[in-house]
Design a protein around this ligand. Structure first.
Ligand code: COA
Length: 501
């Protein structure tokens, strides 16, 4: 078969015999299979084989799988497979609207997880045995070594543990990405060694994922691009949040609690997270480093401005414009970035040791500092906890941001009690909204409540929150007081009337 994959991508003639169409490769996946794939935020996920798998189901064949990825993936994998009823169970993170709707309709069994736990779950078989790994790659080395594309995620563990490996060679992904990856696999306890990363840019592994060539059962060529999303304009609220954080960092440097070039920054997903990092371009900080999960557009700005010297992550997650920028300046950005397996990019031990400054976004935060990042009104899954917990609990300073209201002011994002807890008061050190910043370090619950209400709540809800707090504190138990019949009444009121006011 003439396949158009040049020898610079398929580096041994022996692999030619395994090249087949996406339709043929999709036939190697069986009903009931546990499938682990590459992909992390819509980057580097397989596309052609999932589309062909959906076609089988659309033609009436019963095929239901468990799907495990690094994090969210694009519509060709999550969206189309959810729509065609192929996915029965899903781990550990998603952002696709069709997938989200099926999860919230109870059609797909989904569990969101700390991302750093997923590789270990695969290694120990906690999900069951991995039947098939489907991995997007830019090349296969003569010994079977897989060169990943724009993300690494769980690919090393998926390949190591799967019975069968299907490779999608994506020719839309430039070969110049080769060398940006640093693949390091840990052993199981009690033989696990310390991960020898002492600085964000340390390279400790190989530029490819080891793979037994005999496990490769299919190689499919595709040129379907990563379905990255446009990034919204940075709004005024996000800019204010960014300014509060930068001022806080300046204060920490002045107090001698942070070095002049800060400590490695971790920044979450979404527009607020991007805005916070973008704000650093204008700041006086230089020689910054990042030990984070996703490398978004703002990182390219920071590299271009000479502000960031090294960024470690597990995926490039550019916007549509950022993707063009990445491909056009690939040599520059790969020099300043390293993509690691998510077991390493999100590793709690490394994050604690490097002293990461974590910045993640909440849906809502309560007056004592508990954070809900995932479930709207305590019930409706948005995306998942992702890596936010991996970094938050282990950060040197953990920061949560949220805009103080949502839905045109009908929701206060600062509430008496969160309707779901992802991060507890013990993990959350700093809360920031466009209104201001509450530094919770060293404060008791009663002090925390006042700091959050005074500094972070929207003026429309401040008096109501203070009234709740004072009435709760009038009860005999005054440590972390709540009015139990009222604690979630704000949410109940919103569900009933469309407003918390
Ligand atoms: N109550 C109810 N809904 C709320 C809300 C609140 N307090 N605050 C926000 N929302 C809604 C918004 O209205 C929006 O709804 P829509 O989709 O219907 O428009 C939705 O939640 C998302 O809000 P948005 O302001 O667009 O947020 P974002 O893009 O900055 O994302 C999170 C915010 C929390 C959803 C996102 O950061 C996330 O998934 N975090 C968890 C995972 C994570 O932190 N990963 C990074 C780890 S490295």
């Amino acid at each position: 078969m003439s396949i158009g994959i040049k020898s610079d991508r398929l580096r041994s003639e022996a692999f030619l015999a395994k090249v087949m169409s996406a339709e043929e490769a999709a036939k190697l996946i069986n009903d009931g299979d546990i499938v682990a794939t590459s992909g992390f935020t819509p980057s580097g996920y397989p596309k052609a084989v999932p589309l062909a798998l959906a076609e089988r189901a659309n033609k009436g064949e019963k095929i239901e799988i468990t799907l495990i990825t690094g994090a969210s993936v694009g519509p060709e994998l999550d969206g189309i497979l959810a729509e065609s009823g192929v996915i029965k169970r899903r781990f550990p993170y998603q952002t696709d609207s069709k997938m989200r709707n099926s999860i919230n309709a109870g059609v797909i069994n989904y569990a969101d997880m700390h991302l750093s736990h997923v590789p270990q779950f695969i290694e120990y078989g906690f999900f069951g045995d991995i039947d098939v790994a489907i991995i997007e790659a830019i090349a296969i080395n003569p010994d079977g070594g897989i060169v990943p594309s724009t993300s690494v995620g769980i690919s090393p563990q998926a390949i190591r543990n799967a019975k069968k490996v299907i490779i999608e060679i994506n020719t839309s992904q430039p070969l110049a990405l080769e060398g940006v990856h640093d693949i390091y696999l840990t052993e199981k306890p009690p033989f696990r060694k310390p991960i020898p990363i002492e600085a964000t840019g340390d390279r400790i592994g190989t530029a490819f994922i080891p793979c037994d060539p005999d496990k490769i059962v299919a190689i499919v060529e595709t040129d379907i691009t990563d379905k990255v999303r446009p990034l919204g304009e940075i709004d005024e609220d996000s800019k204010k949040i960014s300014r509060h954080i930068i001022k806080f960092f300046e204060g920490e440097v002045a107090a001698g609690r942070l070095p002049e070039n800060l400590l490695p920054l971790q920044s979450g997903v979404g527009s607020v997270a991007n805005a916070v990092m973008a704000g650093l371009v204008e700041s006086k900080f230089t020689n910054l480093t990042c030990y984070t999960e996703v490398i978004q557009d703002c990182m390219f700005d920071l590299i271009d401005a000479g502000k960031v010297t090294m960024a470690s992550g597990t995926s490039f997650t550019p916007s549509s414009e950022g993707q063009v920028r990445l491909y056009n300046n690939i040599d520059l950005y790969t020099k300043h970035c390293v993509l690691r397996p998510m077991e390493i990019s999100n590793n709690p031990e490394v994050a604690r040791r490097l002293g990461v400054l974590s910045m993640n976004t909440a849906i809502e935060i309560d007056m004592y500092g508990h954070v809900n990042s995932t479930n709207i009104m305590g019930s409706r899954m948005m995306n998942g906890i992702g890596g936010s917990g991996d970094f938050t609990r282990n950060a040197y300073i953990s920061i949560f941001t949220t805009v103080s209201t949502a839905k045109n002011g009908d929701i206060s994002s600062i509430v008496p009690m969160v309707s779901h807890v992802d991060h507890t008061e013990h993990d959350v050190q700093v809360v920031v909204t466009e209104q201001g910043l509450a530094d919770l370090r060293g404060l008791s619950p009663r002090e925390r409540a006042r700091a959050i209400i005074e500094n972070c709540a929207h003026p429309d809800y401040k008096a109501k929150l203070l009234d709740y707090l004072e009435r709760a504190e009038a009860l005999p138990t005054k440590h972390e007081s709540h009015l139990l019949d009222e604690a979630l009444s704000w949410h109940a009121k919103f569900v009933e009337t469309g407003s918390m006011k």
